[in-house]
Write a protein that binds this ligand. Structure first.
Ligand code: MOS
Length: 707
């Protein structure tokens, strides 16, 4: 018997399956579940950056009508987490590790009472001097033993440093040498839906309605923390309003809510405020990145070094992997990368869209632009000359590599060749006009997943998988994959995601969702078709279930797997005010097959818009005196509005990659942000002759440097 492999049908514009529910308000988000006898939790934050709590006076708070409990380290349930994460120490001692740390939780009959009581609690501290200063000259920078930001959940340890060839000799002998340092500020994740949880104990079982990127991993963490078996915990998360990494793992509010429900013996709801989110759900570490490029006169790289310095907190080690892309992007016989980190009295950084690549590629792709200037080469030509067939650090061939095609295709449609290469050569009235380019890349990984298909007598197929749709459209694309793999019309497929009662699948992160979940669904569909053939084509009266599985990809041993792209930007700069407009962006991507054109376009558009934001707007400002990120709302933390975003064009090159997964897809959730900021900074240089190496590109920096 022959079952055909996954048959891919080209993506056609289609609305997302849950579009109607979302726009009519019937899609239920975590905080919105109606729960009987519910109470409300509101957390209390530390107002010092380092020290100890000496007293908690909650008398006034407890007198507020409706207040049920004040939970602090004095009375909190004990947690039993085995790894050194931020949450392991939550309310477990009087120690303050950063300003904004959750140090108590008020539970009340109403949200208003809880919030009022939280403000009425008087905390006394013993303050110790804090240290929140990230700099390259600190003597306490250290090399982590290896980078495992997800504490084993991602199941791979990334080497901290790499080195090949004789870097120092190559630097000493390179005819053209560039040595520059680039910095990016702290940036904060701000999904539309703030983090929210409802915790409901029922005897020995716990149900959580929670906004997250992976119900199973949340379940496992909570089970361990509260000494339960995983089966005693159910996590429900069918709709999530964005996460971008900040909802990948359990953050303190989740454990506070579970504790609170335990203490008051009733369900508890807790939603963070926008202001809370600037301290307790992760953020992108600021980076200081030194790049050295040595090339011959033809622009062929002989040596590349990338040394990244980032911060973490004193309670958890998280390393922004800024130098990773430099390990694989361009050929050079001599190369090294390092990551150094310092533990400061700051909130714990975490995953934020394209963690590592987003700031790292700002540095590398700005440096490549500077090298192109130094070599008097077109920046696209420079990249073509340093193209590599093999992943430099591993020596593996690429399963597919579309960088050149993206650069060439993009140059053509953007009108790159009309550009006068001389800086400050083009103007229109008081506007200086420039064009810039940068490469994009992101790994094409895959993680384990299982999926069930229930075949019904009435011709319907129920697909069950604990995938997470945080607004990406995962639901829609997975239903499409199932229909295509089963060779049935879409309308026959019902899909359920976002619940630990569904078959386990790895969380939505690292741009692996479609690749991992889709592989499990294709495997299940293949088994369905075998079974149907065995049954002579008809479904038995009682129907049947099959379980599909996706393991780690065996081909990943043989091939390096990455998506690629090219980003183009046009900027107009007002020479009187230094104001920068970005009238045009173009992103061309090579990311395997694109299964669903409309959803894919939205992912790329969103990523590029965030790249524009990173280039022009986002900057969390650390106040050294208070040890606090001071701009912790949208009045002070700027993100682009419609007026800031003009034309963004997205295009892709369809790739046939037989090695990545049966669908031939590579992740697209994160690559869109990679390289955008460099393309804009490179365009700013072209327009003005001023190189901005410290994001964001604000008017003052251009004016002060004489635009
Ligand atoms: Mo993504 S930052 O891996 O959710």
């Amino acid at each position: 018997m022959k079952v055909s492999p996954f048959h891919w049908t080209p993506g056609t514009p289609e609305d997302r399956l849950d579009g109607l529910e979302k726009v009519t308000g019937t899609a239920t988000y975590a905080y919105e579940y109606a729960v009987d006898d519910v109470t409300y939790g509101f957390p209390v934050q530390s107002t010092i950056a380092k020290g100890r709590i000496t007293a908690i006076d909650s008398r006034a708070a407890r007198e507020i009508p409706g207040v049920l409990a004040v939970i602090s380290h004095e009375n909190a349930p004990r947690l039993s987490l085995s790894v050194a994460t931020e949450i392991a120490g939550l309310l477990q001692s009087d120690v303050i590790a950063y300003r904004g740390q959750f140090i108590a939780m008020v539970v009340a009959e109403t949200l208003e009472a809880a919030r009022q009581a939280a403000e009425a609690i008087v905390i006394s501290y013993e303050t110790q001097p804090h240290d929140v200063r990230l700099s390259a000259d600190r003597d306490d920078l250290y090399a982590p033993a290896g980078i495992d930001n997800a504490k084993g959940i991602l199941n791979h340890m990334i080497p901290t440093d790499t080195t090949q060839g004789d870097v120092e000799a190559a630097l000493a002998s390179a005819p053209i040498l560039l040595d520059q340092t680039y910095t990016t500020p702290a940036q904060h994740n701000n999904p539309l839906e703030p983090h929210a949880t409802i915790a409901l104990w029922n005897n020995e079982t716990l149900t959580l309605y929670d906004a997250n990127q992976g119900a199973h991993s949340i379940r496992d963490t909570i089970a361990q923390a509260f000494g339960l078996t995983p089966e005693q915990v159910r996590v429900i998360a069918p709709y999530v309003g964005g996460g971008f990494g900040s909802k990948a793992f359990a953050h303190p509010h989740l454990l506070l809510t579970v504790m609170a429900a335990q203490v008051v013996g009733r369900p508890v709801k807790c939603a963070l405020t926008r202001q809370h989110m600037f301290a307790v759900v992760g953020y992108r570490s600021p980076t200081i990145q030194r790049i050295r490029l040595g090339a011959d006169h033809e622009g062929r790289l002989q040596v590349i070094t990338h040394d990244a310095i980032v911060q973490t907190s004193t309670v958890q080690e998280f390393v922004e992997t800024a130098a990773l892309a430099t390990r694989m992007l361009y050929a050079a016989p001599n190369r090294s990368t390092t990551h150094r980190v310092v533990r400061l009295d700051v909130p714990t950084p975490s995953f934020m869209r394209a963690p590592g690549e987003a700031p790292g590629m700002f540095a590398l792709e700005s440096a490549m632009d500077e090298l192109a200037v130094a070599c008097q080469l077109d920046p696209i030509e420079l990249r073509l000359r340093n193209e590599t067939e093999f992943e430099p650090t591993s020596g593996r061939p690429f399963s597919s590599r579309g960088l050149v095609a993206c650069l060439q295709e993009g140059a053509e449609s953007f009108g790159w060749h009309q550009r006068d290469p001389r800086p400050k050569s083009t103007a229109n009235g008081r506007w200086l006009i420039g064009m810039g380019v940068a490469a994009s890349t992101y790994p094409a990984n895959r993680f384990p997943a299982t999926a069930m298909i229930q075949v019904k007598r009435d011709g319907r197929y129920r697909v069950l998988i604990d995938a997470s749709d945080m607004g990406t459209g995962a639901r829609t694309v997975l239903a499409k994959i199932a229909a295509d793999a089963l060779a049935v019309p879409h309308e026959c497929v019902d899909l359920e995601v976002g619940d630990t009662l569904l078959p386990r699948a790895f969380l939505a992160g690292n741009s692996t969702g479609t690749a991992s979940w889709g592989t499990a669904i294709v495997d299940a569909a293949r088994k369905v078709r075998f079974r149907l053939e065995a049954e002579g084509g008809s479904v038995p009266a009682e129907g049947f279930d099959v379980l599909g599985e996706a393991g780690v990809n065996p081909e990943a041993k043989r091939f390096a797997m990455h998506s690629f792209g090219a980003q183009f930007a046009e900027v107009w700069i007002d020479r009187d005010t230094g104001r920068v407009r970005v009238p045009r962006l173009l992103g061309v991507f090579a990311a395997g097959h694109i299964l669903h054109a409309k959803l894919a376009r939205s992912q790329f558009l969103g990523g590029m818009t965030w790249g524009l934001s990173m280039a022009m707007h986002e900057e969390s400002v650390m106040d050294p005196h208070f040890g606090d990120y001071v701009n912790h709302d949208f009045a002070g933390y700027h993100i682009p509005t419609n007026a800031d975003v003009e034309s963004i064009e997205v295009a892709w090159i369809d790739e046939d990659d037989p090695y990545v997964n049966p669908m031939g897809v590579k992740g697209i959730g994160e690559i869109g942000i990679v390289g955008t900021a460099a393309a804009i900074a490179n365009a700013v240089y072209h327009a003005t002759g001023i190189r901005i190496r410290d994001l964001p590109i604000t008017p003052d920096k251009l004016l002060l440097r004489g635009a």
